[in-house]
Ligand binder design. Structure first.
Ligand SMILES: Nc1ncnc2c1ncn2[C@@H]1O[C@H](COP(=O)(O)OP(=O)(O)OP(=O)(O)O)[C@@H](O)[C@H]1O
Ligand SMILES: [Mg+2]
Length: 360
């Protein structure tokens, strides 16, 4: 693979997307002497655009703008997995594209990613494809237990999901989800949720991060504790599963995988994202190399950085409703405060995060 940077840091990374993940990739790249170019429909003044070297504000369907963007950089990555396949194809004809089409296609669709995992021998919650009310009735009858109905595409932070119990009105549930491309999953009783993250380079070498333990409220990540206080066998199983998935899609870049640790002890695949992940923001202060720096290093061909953790860490997301706490956090000792520069503090919108060191 030709790479974006050199040891002297002269390369240029293109980033699709304008949010906080793009912002933190751009900041990490800048620290390594690498320029960034952010491309998004709302790039100007956005969280990512505000810290990038250059921006292009254009739609993901604008072929001419995409071509100019790709010609201006050495490699393009994406802060979100829902990039249209055609967008990546246009880019891939001109420069290197990470994480690769197979990784995006799998991660864009909940049934595709669970089918991929199951095919690799990675356990998942039981699931059914739902395209109609008839499908949903058949699936609920087969399951006969609490479930979650989710859109297969474009869901995030628990959006596009509805919980169903036997006896509920299934028509209402389907209308609420509003999609004829949906998945019904059994509701897992879990002791906890964990996520694994790895970086994979163009030669297929893999570097893992310590596994994170996560708590969600209303489908939104609220707190991560890392390294996860779990038995080594569970950590090993999560890493092995993540590596198998990365290899299966020939990933170049980062792959995050979310799991449930079921009450019966089984590790169950939930979903994967071929990009930096909210549950690894703690690596900015907590690891020798952050997830963002690792991605920039892989894209620039600088080799992996060390991912040894500096003790135990906690990361709390700052949602719109938490912004009133910011003045107090600014004066709290030992707190690493990150704000994403989003103007409007809406309920449940991710505005920033706070990282604290818990101990050795
Ligand atoms: N089958 C399930 N059983 C139990 N809990 C679930 C199940 N599916 C989802 N959840 C809960 O809802 C949360 C969000 O679900 P999921 O990860 O599928 O959605 P998402 O919208 O893609 O989330 P995010 O973007 O925050 O990762 C999970 O982390 C978990 O807490
Ligand atoms: Mg999730």
């Amino acid at each position: 693979m030709t790479t974006a940077g050199t040891q002297s840091g002269t390369g240029r990374i293109g980033i699709l997307g304008s949010g906080q993940l793009g912002r933190m990739i751009a900041i990490a790249a800048a620290q390594l002497g690498i320029d960034t170019h952010v491309y998004a429909p709302d790039a100007d003044g956005s969280p990512a655009g505000a810290v990038a070297t250059t921006t292009t504000t254009a739609s993901y369907e604008d072929i001419e703008s995409l071509r100019r963007f790709a010609a201006d950089v050495d490699v393009v990555t994406s802060e979100f997995e829902n990039v249209p396949a055609a967008t990546m194809q246009v880019i891939g004809e001109i420069c290197l594209a990470s994480p690769g089409v197979a990784a995006l296609q799998a991660a864009q669709h909940r049934i595709a990613e669970k089918t991929l995992a199951a095919g690799l021998g990675i356990a998942t919650p039981r699931f059914w494809q739902v395209g109609s009310l008839a499908d949903l009735s058949v699936a609920m009858k087969a399951l006969d237990a609490p479930a979650i109905l989710k859109t297969c595409r474009l869901g995030y932070d628990g959006k596009g999901q509805v919980r169903i119990s036997p006896g509920d009105d299934l028509g209402n549930a389907l209308a609420e989800v509003g999609s004829d491309d949906a998945i019904l999953e059994e509701m897992i009783g879990f002791d906890g949720e964990i996520s694994a993250l790895l970086a994979r380079d163009a030669d297929g070498h893999i570097m893992h991060f310590p596994v994170s333990q996560n708590r969600h409220e209303n489908g939104i990540l609220v707190r991560t504790v890392a390294p996860a206080p779990i038995v080594p066998a569970l950590e090993e199983a999560a890493r092995t599963a993540a590596a198998a998935l990365a290899e299966a899609v020939n990933l170049v870049g980062l792959l995050a995988v979310e799991f449930f640790v079921a009450t019966d002890g089984r590790l169950l695949f939930n979903e994967m994202a071929p990009r930096p992940h909210n549950s690894f923001h703690w690596t900015i202060e907590g690891c020798a190399t952050s997830q963002f720096a690792q991605l920039a290093r892989v894209l620039a061909g600088l080799g992996f950085g060390d991912t040894t953790p500096y003790g135990r860490w906690q990361m709390d997301n700052l949602l719109g409703q938490h912004m009133k706490d910011v003045p107090a956090l600014l004066s709290e000792a030992g707190t690493h405060l990150h704000l994403y520069g989003k103007p409007e503090a809406r309920q449940d919108r991710k505005m920033g995060h706070v990282t604290r060191r818990l101990g050795d």
